[in-house]
Design a protein around this ligand. Structure first.
Ligand code: PLP
Length: 449
């Protein structure tokens, strides 16, 4: 029986990423407020937010400094665009700060409101750059199976999950997907992580050669895949991939929408994963999700091409109304200031051993095939048979069941492709709360058996 609010919800809203048919029976969980790592529903029941919303509320809930930063900027100047030569202080300062923090040399910053828009922009910038460089055929973008890069037509095409393509007539032309770096599922019998990484780099090279290196413009990758099930590549994967990309002059884009700002214990996931990208997409934890904002971090060589092309055409013809939105920029600046002042990334590193130990211990559970992760993000893959790694019939929705039991236990986690339960708590979670999270998840797993 739906509550009044739930009934009004299903009569009025189309929910993203939701089985709209079953939601009509169950109704949504309606949340009202949050404090620290806890959120409360309309009946006052508390839940430990084990997914930081959607991998984004890094500083948790109820952060008054972020609220004040937004209110102050709203009073001062709630909006100005930055088209055609206008600008404002928060956008300038935020761009400077991002350049300073970048793990690779970055020349300029382009602001968006989301991760999808950042990756969409990446694709357009690569095309624009290659036209400027006089190589109009070098346009294909290679992504990976199980990647998640967003939902716009371009970024959903880069996404390597069938659920994002089916019946949306995607992917668009010119996007290819290479092998996912998931050793547990895809390694050959007896294949070491090192040999697996070598094989994946060879797969990428074979794909570039088959397509024709003169037609391949860029490769995009999340340092650690998130929505695809939290896939952590082998240690030597990115150096091997980078060597292939350099050989064929293929631009390297890091999608740090989840891994940016401390998630893996370093400012950027690229550092933790020894990835040396040319450009970087960020969003989510950039503002701890208190405001929607994303960014593309652009290297000098690409900027020079954009400069020349815009000189030729009379304008750089791309930009969102909310590119560099002053309130979003002010909140992002405050977020970065807090990360710095409170040593948030260093404190994440101190929490990782406990998180790792609790995560790894889940592999003893009869339902868990692999409990993988890095930093404060994890994917717990459920299997029907631990020895053979046989999967459950997807129709059983085992991970979704576990997530529903977790919700009853007062824990919010998420089920994703491949029967995995994902965990990605706010970075400010305390050691006691980490234990609470894993205790509640274990109870949910026991009930799923
Ligand atoms: N890239 C990655 C790695 C993501 O995880 C996401 C969202 O989860 C996106 C891009 C898309 O971001 P948004 O939902 O803000 O458009």
């Amino acid at each position: 029986m739906l509550t009044n609010l739930q009934a009004r919800d299903v009569e009025t809203l189309v929910h993203p990423y939701t089985n709209l048919a079953t939601l009509r029976d169950t109704g949504p969980l309606i949340l009202e407020r949050g404090q620290g790592v806890w959120v409360h529903d309309v009946d006052g029941k508390p839940y430990l937010e084990g997914m930081a919303g959607l991998w984004c509320t890094a500083l948790g809930y109820g952060n008054e400094e972020l609220v004040e930063a937004a209110a102050t900027q709203m009073r001062k100047l709630p909006f100005t665009h930055i088209f055609g030569g206008k600008s404002h202080d928060p956008a300038i300062e935020l761009a400077e700060k991002l350049k300073e923090m970048a793990p690779v040399p970055i020349s300029k910053v382009f602001f968006t409101s989301s991760g999808s828009e950042a990756n969409d922009t990446q694709m357009k910038l690569v095309w624009y750059m290659n036209n400027a460089l006089g190589r109009p055929n070098k346009k294909k973008i290679i992504s990976r199976v199980r990647a998640y890069h967003g939902v716009t037509i371009a970024s959903a095409s880069l996404t390597g999950l069938a659920g994002n393509h089916n019946d949306f007539d995607l992917p668009i032309a010119g996007v290819r997907h290479t092998t996912s770096p998931h050793h547990y599922r895809l390694a050959l019998p007896g294949e070491s992580e090192e040999a697996f990484a070598t094989r994946l780099a060879a797969d990428l090279e074979a794909l570039i050669l088959a397509e024709g290196p003169d037609t391949v413009a860029a490769f995009i990758a999340e340092p650690v895949m998130g929505a695809g099930g939290v896939i952590v590549p082998p240690r030597t994967y990115y150096p091997k991939i980078k060597a292939v990309l350099e050989k064929y002059d293929v631009f390297f884009i890091a999608d740090e929408v989840i891994t940016g700002f401390g998630r893996l214990g370093t400012a950027f996931g690229s550092e933790a994963m020894e990835m040396k990208p040319d450009s970087i997409s960020v969003a989510k934890a950039l503002s701890s999700a208190y405001q929607p904002i994303g960014a593309v971090m652009i290297p000098e060589a690409m900027y020079q091409a954009l400069l020349e092309e815009s000189r030729k055409l009379g304008s750089f013809g791309h930009g969102f109304t909310y590119s560099g939105h002053p309130v979003a920029a002010a909140v992002a600046l405050k977020t970065l200031e807090i990360y710095d002042r409170e040593n948030v990334f260093e404190r994440v590193r101190a929490k990782i051993p406990q998180f790792d130990a609790r995560r790894a211990a889940l592999e003893d559970h009869p339902l868990v095939g692999e409990a993988r992760g890095k930093g404060l993000v994890a994917g717990i893959e459920l299997v029907a048979d631990k020895k053979t790694k046989a999967q459950f019939d997807p129709k059983l929705g085992m991970a979704a069941k576990c997530v529903a039991f977790a919700q009853e236990e007062g824990l919010i986690v998420r089920s994703v492709f491949g029967d995995a339960v994902t965990i990605c708590p706010p970075l400010v979670i305390s050691p006691a709360e980490i234990d609470e999270l894993f205790d509640r998840l274990t109870r949910a797993l026991d009930r799923t058996l």
